[in-house]
Design a protein around this ligand. Structure first.
Ligand code: SF4
Length: 277
């Protein structure tokens, strides 16, 4: 069985940076509290928990005087204020691309646009961005959710950083028809685009693609969707223990791709398992 690994794949700049900051903080302070999962990979979070990471569900649960960590996907402005009030130190792991999306949303709102985010309303990054807008806004997952109710004079549009380019482009081209003025910021990050393109290049070369990454990772889900939309069978696993021999049967070449929050050690382990099957 031939193995072809997508390139680039795996850890993106923002998640790598967040992990490095967190590891540094854990080595220095022993215990660090993160509001929600610091990155969207359960296995890596479990490893970090072994080093002293603690998760809290709400900023109001931050223990007084302890060290707080802001996850790669960011938090709302109010949550950040609460963390600052309660902790002795806040280490900011927000990816700079997410910070840009937060700033864009804020500036669009201040300029009088109704802000539209093309993304998943339940994703922490989108909830964090919404926290930088003081008024009404709209989150849509794609063009199918655009109807007459979305009609506004001035729409200010941006994307979740891990959005599929094609979904963002089709949403924008529909929104332009229902507003007299639009301002668009394409806030899809470069790492997302590169990983989506790498799986598009990989798909025609293989009989099936294994995508490794957290089931809570939006960018990993997009990789699976892209592979399937190109007619290539895709198996989404979090770790090599979930490999299915039945799925591999009859496939002569297998592609491997990993989400932007999948650490190197999980990819290495998967490659090793596949090579020794
Ligand atoms: S996917 Fe992009 S925006 Fe998200 S953490 Fe990685 S580099 Fe940052």
């Amino acid at each position: 069985m031939d193995l072809v690994v997508a390139s680039p794949t795996g850890l993106c700049f923002g998640v790598r940076r967040a992990i490095e900051r967190l590891e540094g903080a854990l080595a220095e302070y022993g215990t660090v509290h993160s509001l929600g999962s610091p990155i969207h990979n359960p296995q890596e979070v479990a490893r970090l928990a072994g080093l002293g990471l603690r998760l809290i569900e709400r900023a109001s649960l931050m223990p007084q005087g302890e060290v707080a960590f802001v996850r790669a996907h960011g938090v709302t402005r109010a949550e950040l204020e609460e963390l600052k009030k309660r902790s002795r130190l806040v280490i900011d792991g927000t990816c700079p691309h997410v910070s840009v999306a937060q700033e864009r949303a804020q500036s669009l709102f201040r300029e009088g646009y109704k802000v539209v985010i093309v993304g998943d309303s339940n994703h922490p990054e989108v909830r964090g961005i919404l926290g930088y807008i003081d008024g009404e806004s709209l989150v849509i997952s794609g063009e199918s959710e655009i109807d007459e109710k979305s009609r506004q004079k001035r729409l200010g549009i941006l994307s979740q950083t891990t959005q599929k380019e094609s979904s963002f482009a089709s949403a924008v081209s529909k929104l332009v028809l229902i507003a007299s003025e639009i301002k668009v910021y394409n806030t899809i990050c470069g790492a997302t685009i590169e990983r989506q393109k790498s799986i598009q290049r990989l798909a025609p070369q293989v009989d099936g693609i294994i995508v490794i990454g957290g089931k809570n990772s939006a960018n990993t889900r997009k990789l699976v969707e892209i592979a399937e939309s190109l007619g290539v069978p895709a198996m989404w696993i979090e770790h090599s223990g979930e490999l299915s021999r039945g799925w591999l049967e009859g496939k002569r070449s297998i592609g491997v791709a990993a989400g932007g929050s999948t650490p190197d050690w999980l990819i290495k382990d998967l490659r090793f398992k596949l090579q020794t099957l």
